[in-house]
Write a protein of this length. Sequence first.
Length: 225
Amino acid sequence: MKLYGHPISTTTRPILLFAAEAQIPLDLVTIDLFAGDHLSPGFAAINPNRAVPVLEDGAFRLTEGSAILKYLAEHAGSPAYPAEPKARARVNALMDWFNTGFYRSFGYGLIYPQVLPDYAWPKAEMQAAALARAETEARRWFDVLDAHWLGAETWLGGAAPSLADYLGAVYVANGELIAFDLTPWPRVVRWTEAMKARPAWASVHTAFAGWCEMQRAARRYRIAA
């Protein structure tokens, strides 16, 4: 199978992480997002949305990271996407939760305007107001994640990681780009540390770690306190 993506992409990394742990071979075709490769006519012919990731399995082509994760888990018969209807529905709900309210506030609202020029607001006062609002919203989502979704078990899925863990932990780890402090949410800290200790995490996140280091050196972000 072929995966079009980028090793720092938020939507590519959960797929690479899960595939590595599930021993699903993927041929990564790197689409250089910083060079604008995803906007090229050639890539638009692959995905009219001009976004990564895209999975090709023979003649079958699939977009959207969440859908790709589910397809790969089905393909491998992985327990990370349980077959029992209620357990599967819970995983679906968690993945939708991360993809909608949580990451709209945390990723698109708080992180990206500080590290990606295309997402920054045109005036300093607009940027400051937008970041303040997004941070308030993000902290509310972290309260829910810590107090409601994460319980006594290490993983969101219970005794073992589910697809929601692979997706959500990568989204949360993006906070490292702006040195976001997770210590107010001890269950979130415990969970992210457990995910980072998994065998494939470090190798999948090598390029991302380099990007974080560049951001720390430049210190262009407003540290969320």
